[in-house]
Write a protein that binds this ligand. Structure first.
Ligand SMILES: Cc1cc2nc3c(=O)[nH]c(=O)nc-3n(C[C@H](O)[C@H](O)[C@H](O)COP(=O)(O)O)c2cc1C
Length: 248
């Protein structure tokens, strides 16, 4: 069976709690289907993502963004992925700026990338149907986790992807939690080592997000195979079908 590309994106500027939870999610994604899953981890740490300057050039350049920085590498990984798992720290009740800059540029340039590609006048975002799972954690309780998850869910929907949560009850709309007022980069790891309950819940929710994202992606792939002839009539499904088609 064709490999399933799982991309883990850590939105933290340091090697810390977001990366720790992402590792749990990725490990669990791999365990869900070890024969097909291929995981790639990416971190925004040390990378540069300038903000979109609304020049509109990506609408004319087949989606190429004129700002050359770390955007292009992550965009290519993102486009190739079947599953994307974001793990982010809450910054000011939302996602960190680096990731927001990436997402703004990804959205606009993806319109340009597919514009007119499959039929003249094709101006919409295709149904990319990647599975997107999100994890958010912050230092305090009820301090932006749900807002951040909702922003990532909205991003997934806008990109014509499928947002997924983990399992009840640990995960209502995504994974994550809080570090019980500890700003240390290793707070969650230390709390797990000390059998702290809230950290255990955060880890469980992250694992569930990883596994569930893979399960849904495999269902989508099988669904695409079953409905291939029907879906081929609609150009919006072309990139999805090209991605999931098994030529082996
Ligand atoms: C600029 C900045 C803003 C933050 N804003 C919030 C916030 O609104 N809510 C919150 O719970 N934690 C906030 N935090 C704390 C981080 O979310 C928290 O320490 C998290 O565990 C960091 O994750 P990391 O270890 O992956 O970097 C903020 C931290 C920074 C640096």
């Amino acid at each position: 069976m064709k490999q399933l590309n799982v991309l883990g994106i850590c939105g933290s500027t340091r090697k810390g709690n977001s990366e720790y939870l992402l590792d749990q999610a990725i490990q669990s994604a791999n365990e869900a289907a070890p024969d097909v899953v291929k995981c790639t981890n990416y971190s925004v740490r040390g990378k540069k993502f300038g903000p979109c300057i609304a020049c509109g050039k990506c609408g004319e350049n087949s989606g190429e963004c004129i700002i050359k920085d770390d955007f292009q590498q992550l965009r290519d990984l993102w486009i190739d992925a079947d599953v994307i798992i974001y793990s982010v720290p809450v910054y000011h009740m939302g996602m960190p700026g680096q990731l927001k800059c990436f997402i703004d540029r990804l959205g606009n340039s993806t319109f340009g990338r597919y514009k007119g590609l499959y039929e003249p006048g094709f101006e919409k975002l295709p149904k990319l149907l990647k599975v997107v799972g999100s994890i958010a954690q912050g230092v305090h309780i009820c301090s932006g986790q749900e807002h951040t998850l909702t922003d990532l869910i909205n991003h997934a929907l806008l990109m014509q992807c499928i947002p997924v949560a983990g399992d009840m009850w640990q995960s209502y709309i995504g994974g994550g939690g809080w570090t019980s007022n500890d700003v240390d980069r290793n707070a969650l790891k230390k709390q797990i080592d000390a059998n702290q309950y809230d950290a255990q819940v955060a880890v469980q929710s992250a694992k569930d997000v990883g596994r569930r994202a893979v399960e849904i992606a495999l269902m989508l792939r099988n669904g695409a195979a079953a409905m291939e002839n029907e879906l081929k009539k609609d150009a919006s499904y072309k990139p999805f079908l090209d991605r999931v088609e098994d030529h082996s």
